[in-house]
Design a protein around this ligand. Structure first.
Ligand code: FE
Length: 375
């Protein structure tokens, strides 16, 4: 039993001041003693990052112990659950990565961020919107290949980024929907009409909204327009202020709100490391300052940490603590239907919690009721 006393607690719909009791791995009791108290520490739910390739020198495509090591490092930035995200590669290479992640997920380290499954980004994307995805291995959606991957890796895939214009009769999107896997659009040149049909067929997410998708034109609002118009369809957002400008993010929040926007990092191997030359999906990446780019200048993932994205939401967009926590925890958890166990501070949920100081700096990360990181 542990009690966290006299702290601001960010709940799903309000911030209170009070005490929280943890028993074993669960939140047992929340006691309200008053309103938000300025200058006091803040307790928020752990971050859920549904799009992350790597960090701290590890990448989800590496196989072996890479995802375990990534999971052990993520509490340093407040992430307590995540979807390791694969890249466009050969059948064998992707299978190897999926199997390594599945093996680890069956026997997870209790001091590490939870692996919730895999986000498969590519290879079923458009060569004309490849971004940092390796064009050599890009191909059309293939249900037979996909099922072989998923079957041979314990059905670990929970989300897939796909270009629907390459999906004949939207069969693949429908297949994902039927199997309870989130279909998400990006790396696409689809027009609005195709996007709308894909949403009707079961597409339920926009991957890294604004990036690697058709821009808004007033006679065809494209995929970006669809993201703004279809307010109940989830939008992932990399909010490092590089992948998305502050104004673009404001526009998105004005349209669909924190309950439909998930903060993601889309980070790559070099997050948490010094500047230098790195690799993503077999392509050379140059990391300098806050940016990771291919040799041709394309952005190649980010080096964003969830805690910094969270701060950006509050300082640059004026979001409340409640709204920022929706985007960083509950909304992504809901999108994967794991919000019965994680994603907010509620009695009965796992005690996956973060203690921040009054300036939103991370002081402590708690997973399953146990302190796994302390500054
Ligand atoms: Fe991408």
């Amino acid at each position: 039993m542990r009690q966290i006393k006299n702290i601001n607690i960010v709940l799903e719909d309000k911030v209170i001041y009070g005490n929280l009791t943890i028993k074993d791995n669960l939140i047992l009791k929340i006691e309200e003693k008053g309103h938000y108290k300025k200058g006091k520490d803040i307790l928020i739910p752990g971050f859920v990052d549904i799009h992350i390739h790597g960090g701290y020198s590890y990448d989800a495509m590496d196989g072996g112990d890479a995802v375990k090591n990534l999971a052990l490092n993520l509490p340093k930035e407040g992430t307590t659950a995540f979807l390791p995200t694969t890249m466009t590669q050969s059948y064998e290479k992707v299978l190897e990565a999926l199997q390594a992640i599945n093996n680890y997920s069956l026997n997870q380290d209790e001091n590490a961020a939870r692996v919730l499954g895999v986000h498969l980004e590519g290879p079923y994307i458009s060569p004309n919107a490849a971004g940092a995805q390796n064009p050599t291995y890009i191909r059309k959606p293939n249900i037979v290949e996909f099922d072989k991957w998923n079957k041979n890796a314990g059905n670990i895939i929970k989300k897939v980024t796909v270009a629907p214009e390459l999906d004949e009769d939207l069969k693949f999107v429908k297949h994902l929907k039927k199997n309870n896997i989130v279909a998400s659009i990006a790396h696409t040149t689809a027009n609005y009409e195709t996007t709308k049909k894909a949403i009707a067929a079961g597409l339920s997410s926009f991957t890294h909204t604004y990036n690697a998708m058709t821009k808004l034109h007033h006679r065809d609002i494209g995929v970006v327009g669809a993201a703004l118009l279809h307010t109940d369809v989830l939008s992932e957002l990399i909010f490092d202020k590089i992948h998305t400008s502050v104004e673009a993010a404001k526009l998105l929040y004005k349209n669909k709100g924190a309950e439909n926007i998930a903060l993601i990092t889309d980070s790559m191997r070099n997050k948490g490391l010094p500047d230098g030359i790195s690799e993503l999906g077999g392509l050379k990446v140059i990391v300098k300052g806050n940016e990771a780019r291919l040799e041709d200048g394309s952005l190649a993932g980010s080096i964003l940490k969830m805690i910094d994205g969270y701060k950006n939401l509050i300082t640059a967009l004026d979001l409340s603590l409640v709204e920022a926590s929706l985007s960083s925890s509950l909304t992504p958890a809901k999108s994967l239907k794991v919000d019965d166990k994680i994603g907010s501070i509620k009695v009965g949920k796992y005690a996956d919690l973060l203690i921040l100081d009054k300036d939103l700096n991370l002081k402590e990360t708690i997973i399953n009721g146990k302190t796994v990181y302390q500054k």
